[in-house]
Design a protein around this ligand. Structure first.
Ligand SMILES: CC(=O)SCCNC(=O)CCNC(=O)[C@H](O)C(C)(C)COP(=O)(O)OP(=O)(O)OC[C@H]1O[C@@H](n2cnc3c(N)ncnc32)[C@H](O)[C@@H]1OP(=O)(O)O
Ligand SMILES: CC(C)C(=O)C(=O)O
Ligand SMILES: [Mg+2]
Length: 569
């Protein structure tokens, strides 16, 4: 980089449009979309699409709902020419879809393009020439009047050819290539030359397509340019005003949206922003931006993943994992406060109300995405995401204070491993932490079985205490109190919750006990899980007793890691 870029790069001059209207407008309907995936997208690939890929993408574009599709540059390659012929001869173009072909302003290329679309009921011929000062001087070596002559001559030539084939309904699309870098009066003159030569009027519309061939200014400047053209183009009512943004500054979507606010009727772009250099404007993002404002885009992205896979197969360009709406990670929250808010948002969302789940600008279900990957947990995650995964995948609903306790356990694990932890791993950690007593464990107290007396107030527990199997008895107004009594520990139970997890034959009772132990700072939680409610409660008390004792005796090797066997008496 150089010390003073001002010696090498000039800023773009603002447009003198003091009474601009577009900033206070909103977009209330979908534009006419044109997909240029098979032309601008295709010409930007390492390996342009073969006939088979072109056909597969064409069919997908039709399925999505595009009514105008630029199918190629038939004068440039035999593949494109043959593809256009195949579309027409095999009658692949639905009645409500119009194909477009592109050509330079050269007679031989125009003639070949018209030949390519012969027999189509409708066709748009897209004629272009660059108009900006650098291109006039460097590429064409033409003055402004010579550029106008070039346009007049070639639009006239196209008109004569197409007038001779009245069976096809012909539309001219004229693009002053490099429009955004062209003086506005020159662009207007170029467009008016094309419009007048074509003879635009009632029943004979012209599409005027204004590109940021290379995006060169902030999006508001493009909007000013479009509003200026929108006001000056004549006869405006017979002109479809189209825009063709590229994304060199990363603001192609903003440029297209501002342009719609400024008067554009039509937008050209590609799926997922494929196209020359940094891409054409991304039609998926534009369409779904509209959708999230309550405006139907008239394009079907209800299975966005399938669309992405077709685009990837046809272009060999992957969709970025953070691509708006479509990327693999866009419905995934890693950070704790986001996970917490999303969890609360899903719980609070009225199925028939306005969408307001925090951090999710769109309902993933509207795009055929599921909530499965919404929450992921790593060292940046908090209790919300962990609780969400345990609840969704295991039916375990933790009380809030337990969420705080268990998230610290998960945090230690993710800090140590420096990786994400998935739902199964969280469940394994939960079992290891709370559901104690599996064979081989060296927990201080292990449960083997119990007997209740007839009143239900007395209990006999079959336990291993410090490795010694023994029977202990206790009394209380229920199994929890009786178990505490039988253990003979200074244990105070602060809360108890029980709920069913699973259903039918799989249903298990999950008991959660919060308790404190004299001499141990703070309370802790214990969990029991069993088909038998009493067993689950006893296990939960033993679980919390073991966990609290382990805190008091950190040197006791097994106390913090064991689990209980589920043998009911
Ligand atoms: C911004 C865009 O995306 S525009 C579309 C760009 N897409 C493509 O170019 C893909 C297909 N193109 C091709 O296959 C070839 O360029 C062809 C077949 C069209 C033309 O090939 P060639 O005749 O070999 O010309 P070449 O590719 O070198 O193009 C440059 C020539 O075209 C002229 N030219 C460029 N654009 C235009 C235009 N729109 N109208 C008339 N002439 C043009 C240039 O001035 C230059 O002329 P010169 O040779 O007299 O100096
Ligand atoms: C509209 C055509 C000429 C184009 O692809 C561009 O200018 O980017
Ligand atoms: Mg382009």
């Amino acid at each position: 980089m150089i010390a003073n870029p001002a010696t090498k790069y000039a800023p773009f001059a603002p447009i003198a449009l003091a009474d601009r209207q577009w900033p206070s407008r909103t977009i209330t309907q979908a534009p006419i979309w044109l997909s240029t995936d098979l032309r601008d997208g295709n010409q930007a690939l390492f390996e342009p699409m073969n006939a088979e890929r072109k056909m597969s993408l064409f069919m997908e574009l039709v399925r999505i709902g595009f009514k105008q599709i630029e199918v190629g540059f038939p004068a440039a390659s035999q593949t494109d020419f043959d593809f256009v012929r195949r579309l027409i001869e095999e009658k692949r173009i639905p009645d409500d879809v119009t194909i477009m072909v592109m050509t330079q302003s050269r007679e031989d290329l125009i003639a070949r393009s018209v030949e390519a679309v012969q027999g189509a009921p409708r066709a748009i011929v897209h004629l272009y020439n660059a108009t900006a000062p650098a291109w006039r001087r460097i590429v064409f070596g033409m003055s402004v009047p010579q550029v106008m002559d070039l346009i007049r001559h070639h639009v006239g030539y196209l008109k004569r050819l197409t007038d001779a084939q009245p069976a096809t309904q012909w539309t001219l699309q004229y693009s002053p290539e490099t429009f955004s870098a062209t003086e506005l009066d020159v662009s207007l003159q170029a467009c008016h030359t094309a419009i007048e030569t074509w003879g635009a009027g009632p029943g004979r519309e012209v599409i005027i397509n204004l590109p940021t061939t290379v995006e060169n200014a902030t999006a508001n400047v493009f909007a000013d340019q479009i509003e200026w053209m929108h006001r000056h183009l004549v006869p405006r009512q017979h002109i479809v005003l189209s825009v063709h943004p590229h994304n060199d500054r990363g603001t192609g979507v903003a440029a297209a949206e501002f342009a719609m606010m400024a008067g554009a009727d039509r937008v050209e772009g590609c799926l997922f922003g494929n196209g020359e250099r940094c891409g054409n404007v991304d039609i998926v993002t534009l369409a779904l931006n509209l959708y999230t404002q309550g405006v139907h885009p008239q394009l079907d992205f209800s299975d966005i993943t399938a669309v992405a896979r077709v685009a990837e197969e046809c272009t060999s360009i992957p969709v970025h994992p953070r691509h708006p709406y479509a990327g693999d990670l866009v419905f995934t929250a890693f950070s704790g406060s986001h996970q917490d808010a999303i969890k609360k948002g899903f719980a609070a969302q009225d199925p028939n109300g306005l969408w307001e789940v925090p951090y999710l600008p769109i309902d993933p279900a509207d795009l055929g995405r599921t909530y499965d990957s919404v929450i992921r947990v790593n060292s940046q995650s908090g209790k919300g995401g962990i609780a969400f995964l345990l609840e969704r995948e295991r039916g375990v609903v933790m009380p809030r204070r337990m969420q705080v306790e268990f998230s610290a356990v998960v945090q230690r694990q993710t800090d140590a491993s420096e990786t994400e932890i998935n739902g199964s791993e969280i469940w394994a950690l939960f079992q290891q932490t709370y559901l104690r007593g599996t064979a081989g464990s060296s927990d201080a107290i292990r449960y083997h079985g119990h007997k209740l007396d007839e009143s239900g107030q007395g209990i006999e527990l079959d336990l291993s205490i410090a490795g010694q199997r023994q029977q202990v008895r206790g009394h209380g107004n229920g199994p929890i109190a009786a178990t505490v009594d039988a253990l003979g520990l200074p244990l105070r139970v602060d809360s108890y919750e029980e709920r069913a997890t699973g259903s039918g034959a799989d249903a298990q009772a999950l008991a959660i006990v919060e308790a404190a132990l004299d001499g141990v700072a703070g309370a802790g939680f214990g969990v029991g899980m069993s088909h038998n409610i009493v067993t689950a409660s006893i296990q939960a008390v033993i679980s919390v007793a073991n966990r609290l004792q382990a805190r008091r005796q950190p040197s006791h090797s097994g106390a913090a890691t064991a689990a209980t066997a589920d043998t009911t008496a």
